[in-house]
Write a new protein. Structure first.
Length: 453
């Protein structure tokens, strides 16, 4: 099994730290509002990864956190005149309902930041005593220049970095790039006691402390959306590796954005589609299929039409399952009536396969029309046409595959279709010598005639 590692920008063999066991951490949501389709993509992607790893035989420990103390939560609580915990608990419950509707399984552990403040304080103390952090008026900051490897995940150079997201420029900091580990208490904010006075943890320290609490100082996979690469995951690495001197995670996995038009879907931009609104308009399984129909690292652009297409594809898959069930097949078994399907599919003439896959676009396919015209005058078809039949859909997969297989046979035998086409003339059929010279069950001419009539 191979995985794309953001740290190295390459695909690598998945080699667990402990054989047969995978420990995986994924950053969760900040619970100050309803979750949107961008969150849905991240949850579905890592749900599928965890499911597949279990299917492959690994013992998986999957941890996904809740950030339940943060500036936006506090701001919303003050606006509504309620405690910050009431806001966070409200949206934690809503989040769980939303992703359950999408078929996302709960991870083994779902820690809340506010339940792990002691672990965060202990980690900050180790950073201060090691000289990687300093205290200013009850605030504690990580000194980025003390960790030369900072930027290795994002590929950013220390000298080029500006203050990252969620980092306020503070004249008291030794460097604008330094980030907060602990924030001194302010009026109307939750606070916890600490060696530096009452306050609350910074955003980045939360995940480092919770991941190390449940998965150890080094674990296998750390994931999240690609917007977390910098500064969040970069800061997590610095905090953890500064005290352990070990790789924090062996593999870093990040999913691509979901865009609304040209912009990333984000609550802060106000351009979100909430999960609970979407599942009222679309089948949740269709939404899941639409998300999984694109590579997890690629950008998705929201489209109701694409989700509706996924719903139709899902209906076709469901019919196959229902047909199998109606024949009395046990779970995970192939009904006897379907047993020869794969063999028939691979041996059936390419013409029949083309006919099946082009049935819905027969009248619209310009190449097909050209082929029909050529058949009527028994003229060879342009070889280029056989590479992709029509571009209307699945037929390019079968027709194109057939012509590519024929192309490989031609190259291996040294044949030249263009030369033979010229030799046959504009109106003549293939001479019998071509058929005699062809290798295998179908030569280049036979395959072309099978594809194009």
């Amino acid at each position: 099994m191979r995985v794309f590692n953001t740290m190295t920008r390459t695909k690598e063999e998945l080699v667990p730290i402990t054989p047969g066991e995978i420990r995986m951490y994924s950053c969760g949501v900040t619970v100050y509002d309803l979750s949107h389709v961008g969150h849905a993509k991240m949850m579905i992607v890592f749900d599928v990864i965890a499911r597949y790893l279990r299917f492959a035989g690994y013992r998986v420990t999957f941890v996904r956190n809740f950030t339940d103390i943060e500036d936006k939560i506090i701001r919303r609580a003050n606006e509504e005149g309620v405690p910050a915990r009431e806001i966070s608990e409200r949206y934690i419950a809503a989040f769980r309902d939303d992703i359950a509707a999408l078929g996302v399984q709960a991870p083994e552990v779902e820690p809340k930041a506010t339940d792990h403040v002691p672990e965060m304080i202990a980690l900050i103390e180790r950073l201060v005593s090691g000289g990687y952090a300093y205290v200013v008026d009850g605030d504690v900051y990580f000194e980025v220049r003390r960790f030369p490897a900072y930027g290795k995940l994002s590929g950013k150079n220390l000298d080029e970095l500006l203050a990252g997201a969620r980092v306020d420029v503070d004249e008291r900091k030794r460097d604008p790039r330094d980030f907060a580990l602990w924030k001194a208490a302010k009026p109307d904010e939750p606070a916890w006691p600490s060696p530096w006075g009452p306050g609350r943890p910074g955003w980045h320290i939360e995940c480092s402390a919770m991941a190390m609490r449940y998965l150890g100082e080094s674990f296998d996979i750390h994931g999240g959306g690609e917007d977390l690469i910098f500064p969040h995951h970069e800061c997590e690495i610095a905090q953890a590796e500064a005290v352990t001197h070990k790789p924090f995670a062996r593999y870093w996995v990040h999913n691509g954005f979901v865009n609304m038009g040209k912009d990333k879907m984000s609550k802060s931009l106000g351009n979100t589609l909430t999960i609970r609104d979407i599942v009222k308009r679309h089948d949740p399984e269709a939404l899941r299929l639409w998300i999984l129909g694109t590579h997890y690292r690629h950008l998705l652009e929201w489209s109701d039409e694409r989700v509706e297409e996924a719903a139709r594809a899902l209906a076709r898959l469901t019919r196959v399952v229902d047909d199998a069930a109606s024949l009395g097949a046990p779970a995970a078994a192939v009904p006897a009536a379907f047993a020869g399907f794969a063999a028939r599919w691979t041996t059936t003439s390419t013409r029949r396969r083309r006919s099946a896959c082009c049935s819905n676009s027969r009248a619209r396919c310009p190449t097909r029309a050209t082929a029909a015209s050529a058949r009527s005058r028994r003229a060879p078809i342009s070889w280029r046409a056989s590479v992709s039949w029509c571009g209307w859909g699945a037929c390019s997969a079968c027709c194109g595959a057939a012509s590519r297989r024929a192309g490989r046979r031609r190259r291996s035998s040294g044949s030249s279709p263009s030369a033979r086409t010229r030799a046959h003339g504009a109106t003549g059929a293939a001479p019998t010598s071509c058929a005699r010279k062809s290798s295998g069950s179908a030569g280049w001419w036979r395959t072309r005639r099978a594809v194009h009539g």
